[in-house]
Design a protein around this ligand. Sequence first.
Ligand code: UD2
Ligand code: MN
Length: 538
Amino acid sequence: MRRIRANAIAILTVAWILGTFYYLWQDNKPQSSSLSSSASQTRGRGHGQKVVPGRLEIHRDDRTIPLIVSQPPWAEQPGQLLGAFDEKAYLAGKQLKPGDDPYRDHAFNLQESDRLGSERAIRDTRHYRCASLNYDTDLPSTSIIITFHNEARSTLLRTIKSVLMRSPPSLIQEIILIDDFSSDPEDCQLLSQIPKVRCLRNARREGLIRSRVRGANTASASILTFLDSHCEVNADWLQPMIQRVKEDHTRVVSPIIDVISLDNFAYLAASADLRGGFDWSLHFKWEQIPIEQKMARSDPTQAIRTPVIAGGIFVMDKSWFNHLGQYDTHMDIWGGENFELSFRVWMCGGSLEILPCSRVGHVFRKRHPYDFPEGNALTYINIADRLTLRRKLNCKPFRWYMENVYPELRVPEQEAVSSVLKQGGLCLETRGTDTLGLAECRGIGAIRPQSQRWELIEPLLRQQDLCLAISAFTAGSKVKMETCNTKEPRQKWKPKGTALQHMVSGLCLDSQTPTGPLVVTQCRPQVASQSWEPQIIT
Ligand code: UD2
Ligand code: MN
């Protein structure tokens, strides 16, 4: 009897383990576009200065549309989309040999991409409210520009096919491929057989910047759409972008860039709360939308202002692209052009947006799969022509950009040394964000507590991302800490002797009673409760 029970338990245990494995395997299958409950992916590079760290927060968003996007009504016979092009022969023409490392040539799993085929259903990752938006029926058409250097056949074809299948045909004027001197010229020739596709081949390696300019110069539509050569566009990706550009031709818009796994090609939804940013080594990064903007967003379909774009996927009016001086064609191979264009767009009268109702998947890789013939160090060349252009266009200075477009960016030159601010034997201290007070000075040197470390980077008095602010412009008002914003008048301070004066109200920081809340009062010279002696922390 005991043996029977033991056997039954063993059988049940084995069945349970097998069941769990089967479930996990199902979940990881690339065909399945559903997401694991939470995942995160970093992207980075091993190429010296051109490392692109950044973080894409991938999450399961239960508010997305549960539909699977496969074929829209206009693509009832996908065969017709490709005309005389022989897909099978094209894909069979270049295949991974048994034993080859599937990551070697493209820095993604080629075997998995080839296995998937050129067409598949993916999850519609938009917020469900996106599906009920209406777009103008007379939207202008666009020229899609895709540059590639030794792209895998299956990923490139999937990019093209997803565009043809998931865009209203009337919006696609043409797809311009620029073959940036790939080793095999046949890819370009074969793909040109697809209706609407034109392929131009560079006579030497130019890099993606000059290749895109070449594509833009030959484009016949009034709107340009740039894509990388390993993308997969999602449902209704194009209409929101063209609509925004049609309404205002100075807008440059990009989609939310979803993640296609470089390992199993699963299509994963990226967070809708991110915008583009950078640090002072000019590394692009995804960052959270500032909290004030997030709070003000009542409509999840609304455009998100972004200081910079990732660079690969965007829609821009052609005449605006030309007016702004296209790209700096002295830039080689890869990198930096997204910053240069982003700054110029903002400073010369335009704007940059991410549109949450437009989603495009992209295979983010961890290394460049191609070489940099001249090396990848940035050599500084004469930029006189670009400076002349900026003057001609009457562009605003970079300071304007920092103050108005990206006030959250900290400026390293001004990165003041940290100090404690002493009054008598006590130190100015924060207790949460709402209360400030005087307390015994704690620790010495580098081990001073964060709550007693201050940086005066005029006009801000900061503690990391929080800044000292007055709550009202009248004497006796309390002070508090809030997210730094150089434009916020309540946060502007300057030293006045040993006092700290609020620039707009002219009032001074005052401790009144050592235990009471800190306030601002009329400035009075040499009053102990208004004296703040900085002592630098070494
Ligand atoms: C990101 C951008 C990319 C570009 C780059 C900075 C996205 C999704 N991607 O890097 O578009 O802005 O940042 O420069 O935002 N290519 C050529 N010739 C070359 C090298 C590359 O045609 O010499 C092609 C390449 O095949 C691809 C595109 O340019 O289609 C972008 O290159 P990438 O995919 O290596 O860049 P990525 O996505 O890491
Ligand atoms: Mn790419």
